[in-house]
Write a protein that binds this ligand. Structure first.
Ligand SMILES: [Zn+2]
Length: 163
């Protein structure tokens, strides 16, 4: 019985077509984002979301419920931060930032295939904060507080799957 309940719970947000539940994101500052980076970001985020048993949809930010992702150069206070999710009163808001400068420095490249993919992996981590409504981290894995360059470059998309 418990297993059945768990399955029902995880399938609770099936979309109208009865297919996989959707993760809806939008880019809050599309004009600031490099086109090729965005393409790689979408492709990789799609793979990660798919490996989480969900479907990615990139919407416009005027759509209610879309989780907003902003591509920023660097966090104003913590220059080594790779990404952040805004919180207010204990709630993790669907308002995410990904920082390209520390990512590019860490990876040693701005090639879209590497940097865009890493941006997607950081985005998936921040999306997990929103979906879980958790601000703390786990000791290891995709929900850990820190990533290495090797992980961002070489791990499989499924490693970053959102639980
Ligand atoms: Zn985090």
């Amino acid at each position: 019985m418990a297993a059945v309940l768990a399955l029902l719970a995880s399938a609770g947000s099936l979309n109208a077509a009865g297919t996989q539940p959707q993760v809806v994101v939008c880019i809050g500052n599309p004009l600031a984002a490099d086109r090729w980076l965005v393409e790689e970001w979408k492709r990789e985020l799609g793979r990660i979301v798919e490996s989480s048993g969900r479907e990615l949809r990139v919407a416009n930010c005027d759509e209610p419920g879309a989780m907003q992702v902003y591509f920023m150069r660097v966090h104003p206070l913590e220059s080594s931060a790779l990404g952040a999710a805004r919180t207010r009163g204990g709630v993790v808001l669907p308002l995410l930032e990904v920082y390209t400068e520390p990512l590019a420095a860490m990876l040693g490249t701005r090639l879209p295939g590497v940097l865009g993919r890493a941006m997607a992996r950081v985005t998936a981590h921040e999306l997990a904060h929103v979906l879980r409504q958790e601000t703390h981290h786990e000791a290891a894995g995709a929900f850990a507080a820190q990533y290495t360059a090797g992980l961002l470059r070489a791990a499989r998309p499924a490693y970053f799957a959102m639980q």
